[in-house]
Design a protein around this ligand. Structure first.
Ligand SMILES: Cc1cc2nc3c(=O)[nH]c(=O)nc-3n(C[C@H](O)[C@H](O)[C@H](O)COP(=O)(O)OP(=O)(O)OC[C@H]3O[C@@H](n4cnc5c(N)ncnc54)[C@H](O)[C@@H]3O)c2cc1C
Length: 333
């Protein structure tokens, strides 16, 4: 009996406790984490990917954004860097963790059996992203040289790089990596026409260290002489062109999946979660902000999402700590 009791106690102690869980570390979840910290909330932030930043980081890191308050213009990457800088050390990040289960209990909610939280803020945007994979079988050694995200372009200096894809991301990454010292870039696309910006393509074609190969499909991959050896088949031909790279970037795009939100039981409207003026869903204690939230007049932009994070955190403070006098202005905190 005593043994069982100890076992139960151990199980309970393993559960990690937080005031608030933020699900999704896109721009809105990231801002929310730093704003919640400012008000003294202990938060855990879940992100399905190992990269944080959401759409601006994954889909348009090099595009300039013109409607973020205070910044006249800022690239998706720069915005992400600022948001990460503000949020780091202010929340417990759980990366590579796609939240699948939320269960109600007498202390609030249990997330994925492991995290006890008093409230939840859902900021899953358009859904959990997963990169479209390179279509060849690869072992671990090869996979280490295949990248779906580029964290730091300077790591690719002095390397020969294959960039696969035909959209803006492929073109933008090829251009960014071509600027690094000593790089040799091959941009490889399965069609003759690119979907990405024509002016970027023209810029690339003028660079001495860039070769554009179309229409080619990757057919074989192996490591030879400490390099990736990739067999490329020209569409309509049979022979393979063998190309050697130190690393490859796969920019085939991302799939977003928000179907999990349905499982959590909130009221939905076209796949988005309906919220009140306080950003609360129909389940007390669960809030939704950013692109995933729906209410009359909603505009899915970052500036508005920042405001929604402030409304949700304020509502949570009032609900969790009704005895506290809430300081609204950060200048007075
Ligand atoms: C090409 C393009 C250009 C844009 N330009 C602008 C612009 O100029 N100005 C502007 O204001 N907005 C712009 N937007 C829109 C803007 O990017 C979105 O409004 C913003 O990204 C929404 O942020 P979010 O944090 O709500 O969601 P997202 O950015 O979608 O982030 C959601 C995060 O949640 C994670 N996630 C999802 N499900 C789970 C789960 N179950 N568990 C854990 N993590 C999960 C995802 O992996 C993702 O990282 C643009 C969008 C695109 C695609």
């Amino acid at each position: 009996m005593l043994k069982l009791l100890y076992q139960r106690l151990e199980e309970v102690l393993k559960i990690k406790k937080f005031d608030t869980a933020i699900i999704g570390a896109g721009p809105i979840g990231l801002f929310c984490a730093s704003f919640a910290h400012l008000h003294g909330l202990k938060t855990v932030t879940f992100e399905a990917l190992k990269e944080i930043g959401g759409q601006p980081k994954l889909l348009y890191p090099f595009k300039e954004i013109f409607d973020i308050p205070v910044f006249g213009k800022i690239s998706g990457q720069e915005l992400t860097d600022h948001l990460i800088d503000s949020a780091k050390d202010k929340t417990t990040f759980q990366l590579n963790h796609r939240v699948t289960s939320i269960e109600k209990n007498d202390q609030g909610f249990i997330i994925d059996n492991d995290f006890q939280v008093k409230s939840i803020i859902i900021s899953t945007g358009t859904g959990s992203f997963s990169p479209k994979k390179f279509p060849l079988k690869m072992d671990e050694t090869i996979e280490k040289r295949v990248h779906y995200f580029v964290k730091d372009p300077s790591h690719f200096a002095e390397k020969s790089i294959g960039v696969f894809g035909g959209g803006d991301s492929a073109l933008d990454w090829a251009l960014e990596l071509a600027k690094q010292p000593g790089t040799k870039i091959n941009l490889i696309h399965r069609r003759a026409d690119f979907r990405g910006l024509e002016s970027t393509l023209q810029e690339l074609k003028c660079l001495k260290n860039v070769q554009v190969l179309t229409p080619y499909l990757p057919k074989t991959i192996a490591i030879r002489n400490n390099q990736l050896d990739i067999g490329l088949k020209q569409v309509g031909q049979t022979e393979l062109l063998q190309k050697q790279f130190d690393q490859i970037i796969v920019a085939y795009g991302f799939r977003a999946n928000n179907s999990i939100v349905r499982k959590w039981g909130g009221d939905l409207e076209d796949g988005h979660i309906k919220v009140s003026r306080e950003m609360e869903t129909n389940i007390p204690g669960i809030y939704a902000i950013g692109d995933v939230a729906a209410y009359p007049g909603k505009v899915p932009v970052i500036g508005l999402g920042f405001g929604e994070a402030q409304i949700a955190v304020t509502a949570i403070m009032r609900a969790l700590f009704p005895e506290k006098t809430l300081t609204i202005h950060s200048t007075s905190i």
